[in-house]
Structure formats: C-alpha cells, structure tokens
Design a protein around this ligand. Structure first.
Ligand SMILES: [Zn+2]
Length: 299
C-alpha cells in the first residue's frame, strides 16, 4: 500500500496542468489536486465484473463485423462510494492488459459531439460522456442521442467551476446537484432521487475530501482518469494522436480522457480507433451495476 501511495503521489506531482475547457467554463485553470490516499480501498472499491461479450442481435453483429467493437461491459457498483483513475486516486477500474475505457467530457456540444458519436458508431464502440448540466439543458436531443446509441451518460457539474474545491462547500454541492438534476431532466424527462447513472467527474479533477465524502454518501462513483490526450492544449490532430498512443502504449490500459467539445479530438478520433484496432486494444464499456442487472437477458 505504501508503494502504491508513493507511486500515486509521484503521479500527482507530475500531472500536467489541469484540463479545463470551453464552451461554458472560462475560469482560469488553477487546479488543486487533492490526493485521497487515506481512503480505504476496501470500502472504496466494489466492482462487479461481467466477463464476456454481451450477445447482440444478429443484425448488429453483421454491422459490427470487422470493426473495433466493444469487447465487454464492466458493471460498476457505486453504492458504497468509489474513486477510480490513477492520475489522482490510488486505484482504478479492474481492467486487463490492453483494455481501455473511453470517456468524453464537457459536452454535449452541437458542433462536435455528433461527429464523435458518428466516429464511435462507425466502429461499434461504446463510450462514457461526462456532461455539463448547462449544456445538457441546452441540447437535450444530443443527450438523448448518446443514450439511444448505447453510451453511458455521467455527470460533470452544472457550470463547470474551476474548481469545485476552491468554492464554498455549500455552493459546490449545489452546483453538483443542479448538474445532476439538469442532466436527468434532459436525458429522461424526470429527476430520480439517485441519479440513474451515479457517475461523476470533477471539473479539472478539482476534488476535496469533503466533496468526495459527500458523493460517497450519495452513492455516486467518482471517475478520474488513467491517461489523457492533453486535448485541452492546442495541437494538431496528428500530434495529439501520437501523444495519446505513446501514453497508451506505455500504460497498456486504463480510463482515457478526451473532450467531445474539441475539434482536434473529433479530427483524430477515427484514426485513434483504427490504432486501437491495429494495436489489439479492446474497448470496455462501463455502466451502472443496477442498469446492467436490470437489462433484459440476452438470448
Ligand atoms: Zn471538464
């Protein structure tokens, strides 16, 4: 445990400047990374692995033949609290060598999100979108499309403050809750007491022990990341592709952070998915354990 913590601390110190992104966030990036090493792994981690392929209807199998595809669904049980992503936490999802989870933050955004959805659909890949409540309320049809196409829609606050850890606790909680309600309303038309998808990512990864404890009590999993494309930095799609593949080839697996609001990410995504296929990587889809358990049995 001590070694793991030391490694996490090293990663923390070495982390590049925090991602922050328009279209709604204009705050200067002054992220405060807060390590959560005191958390008990035993209570924080509660993952249920569903191994194997989900059987798909024959038509979908035909359509996805030869594509990258989604290799399996990983059901995530957030009921006891969960913090994953080794950039900021000691632990991450139970992924095997070569397995990646694709995540996209800050949408939905009409200029770019549909192109991301098309690139994913072209390769039969499922991803997770951490959406900003304000954007979800403005573009509910895009949110519904993400759901209809089988993706997971998680939460990323209402206004994307930079960071929630730097504003008063009550205001931070209010922003989180407003975001949850806005996302739920836009996606499903009604607001559940506990979000249907209890997954949250802090804007700029700016968490605090108090806010993490709050989300634990709410039974909401906190997603960090294991690697990223640094797509908040302006760079060519080619450079960004080379950068993220270099990092992935080194890490070999993990939760990857992108932004579906970034044109350079849109531009590189088809080539990135090809690289995953060529490299033998497998895409894992994350979903709430309750939703997976409630899904009808496949033939
Ligand atoms: Zn963000």
């Amino acid at each position: 445990m001590r070694l793991r913590e030391a490694a996490a601390a090293t990663r923390l110190a070495a982390a590049p400047r925090v991602p922050y992104h328009l279209p709604v966030a204009r705050e200067a990036a002054s992220a405060r990374f807060r390590s959560m090493h005191a958390l008990s792994r035993a209570t924080a981690l509660s993952l249920l692995l569903l191994a194997g392929l989900c059987a798909a209807p024959a038509r979908a199998q035909d359509r996805c033949a030869g594509k990258l595809g989604t290799s399996r669904t990983l059901a995530v049980d957030a009921s006891g609290g969960l913090h994953v992503g080794t950039k900021h936490f000691p632990d991450t999802l139970a992924l095997e060598d070569g397995e990646v989870v694709l995540t996209f933050d800050d949408g939905p955004f009409p200029a770019t999100t549909p192109k991301v959805l098309k690139a994913l659909a072209d390769e039969c890949v499922k991803a997770t979108f951490f959406v900003i409540g304000r954007n979800a309320a403005a573009h509910p049809a895009l949110l519904k499309r993400e759901l209809a196409e089988g993706h997971t829609v998680g939460h990323h606050s209402m206004t994307h403050p930079m960071t929630l850890a730097d504003i008063p606790y009550d205001k931070a909680v209010a922003d989180i809750e407003q975001g949850l309600r806005a996302d739920e309303k836009a996606a499903y038309g009604t607001v559940a007491a506990r979000p249907r998808v209890p997954f949250f990512r802090f804007p700029g990864f700016g968490s605090s022990p108090e806010l993490l404890a709050y989300l634990d009590r709410r039974g909401i999993a906190v997603f960090g990341a294991d690697l990223w494309a640094s797509d908040w930095d302006k760079q060519t799609p080619e450079h960004q592709l080379a950068l993220v593949m270099e990092r992935l080839d080194h890490a070999r697996k993990g939760i990857i952070l992108f932004h579906d609001t970034r044109a350079q990410t849109v531009a590189m995504l088809p080539a990135f998915l090809q690289k995953l296929k060529e490299g033998g990587y497998r895409v894992v889809h994350v979903a709430p354990a309750t939703a997976v358990a409630a899904a009808p049995a496949q033939p």
